[in-house]
Design a protein around this ligand. Sequence first.
Ligand code: FE
Length: 185
Amino acid sequence: MSPDSTHAEPGGRVAADDLPAPYDGPRPRDALAELFIHDGYAKDDPRLWVPLAPGRWSRPLCLNVSNGYWVHLTKVVGGGLLSRHRHPAPVHGFVIKGRWRYLERDWIAEPGSYLYEPPGDIHTLVVEPDCDEMITLFHNSGALIYCDEDGTTTGTTDVFDRIDACRRHFIDVGLGADFVKQFIR
Ligand code: FE
């Protein structure tokens, strides 16, 4: 470890009262702006929640058009079956509130549960009947392919559909058509 090191990696840690100046050196000229959303799910503006169906909302966090994914909070009020769907690309999920499961699995997702869904996975999302409200962060890649009990496609959605739905909703609630742009990278 270098004794005059002013960064934490590799080789150690700098005391909180001995921090260097913020980095102001060269940066990749084509890098996109970061996206930082400060407010938590419990105290946010209800207009941020885009209604998808009765009792179901999606709050956008990152709508990524160059890599074809979207990161969002799913909120469901009241139990029941949400959808049967197939994934052509991986999904990551982290439960924040409530309980839910897939009919095809023997586990129950609860606050703190993390889930990786591999490409090709087909499952049916059910919110437990004793759950008043479920909130889960999902990172969806590619598309969501809705299907019937035989696996036949009945509909699809992707990041561009999500952006369109957000834009329509933000216009409806008075935030304007451009409000969605802050979530797009
Ligand atoms: Fe899924």
